[in-house]
Design a protein around this ligand. Sequence first.
Ligand code: KG4
Ligand code: ZN
Length: 356
Amino acid sequence: MKILGIESSCDETGVALVEARMPAAGAAAESVPAPRLLGEALHTQMAMHADYGGVVPELASRDHVRRVLPLTHQVLAQAGCGVEDIDVVAYTRGPGLAGALLVGAGVAVALAAALDKPALGIHHLEGHLLSPFLGDETPQFPFVALLVSGGHTQLMLVEGVGQYTLLGETIDDAAGEAFDKSAKLMGLGYPGGPALARLAQQGNDKAFALPRPLMHSPNLDFSFAGLKTAVMTQHRKLGAAPSETAVADLAASTQAAIVDVLVSKTIKALKATGVKRLVVGGGVGANASLRATLNAGAQKLGVQVHYPPLALCTDNGAMIALAAALRLQHGLADLQHSGAFDVRPRWPLAELKAAT
Ligand code: KG4
Ligand code: ZN
């Protein structure tokens, strides 16, 4: 069975084709090999939004319109398939930007209707959670997942396909947003996370005493809005023309504050659940300091850490096609045949029961 996946929840248009074998009637999903990626294409709108210092929703939607069909043709050509070979068209139903989601959903449902095949709406975070199954080393269930991107900061317990428990999440800004907003006020451009991380290598991470919001709270929630304000205050104090060393010190101190909170909560989640595997997803998962600190903490607990390849950490169509494939293999797919659809810009993962 061939599943096309379309991702358009934010500022990346991702399309992919995955092949999945379906288990024989009554057989377990584990009796068939893992789904295989046949083709993948991605367009990131980062450069388009850079001038505005953040994602402009209307521009994002219009760009998805321009990209989605050419990317679909590219993926089919890569896979050596025709449109008629597609058995199911999966798309990101939410959460995300409403207009952006509508583009992917509209195209997916129209394509499915034209082919007389079903469509399947997928939760974006389920895609992230299951993306390690496309890597070389697939983690065993159960695992704890730390999702850290520009839009999400969540700790989740993943016990199987469709079995997700939210352990904690940010109550305001996401970790990537904390990196990006701090970088912006230091004049490092957008998205500034990687630039801030680079500059941090030359700085002293103890130079500024920045807050670690909620680090010692008993729950597993995060908060980064206060940190951004503290960084802004410190940056102002440096004056109109701060020295390079001072900015590098502030970058290093900011990164250390974010990493400390992320690692401390992740370790707390591992201890609370007793789970021995950790999956890290999302763009911030690329941060070298986060990786080193997490690895050291996890090692002490005898926990194995999985980082999916970077291309699968950030938003992509493959994770949507894969989540659809795994749902189909587990008999958990609520296929749509009617041509009617909706999107869920706000869609708590907790509402995602066994079938979407
Ligand atoms: O997952 P992602 O590509 O997109 C979504 O937000 O969905 O994550 C992007 C975020 C941005 O905030 C970016 O600044 C951050 O990940 N990021 C980093 C690094 N690489 C990407 N933050 C810190 N250090 C990095 N090396
Ligand atoms: Zn995402």
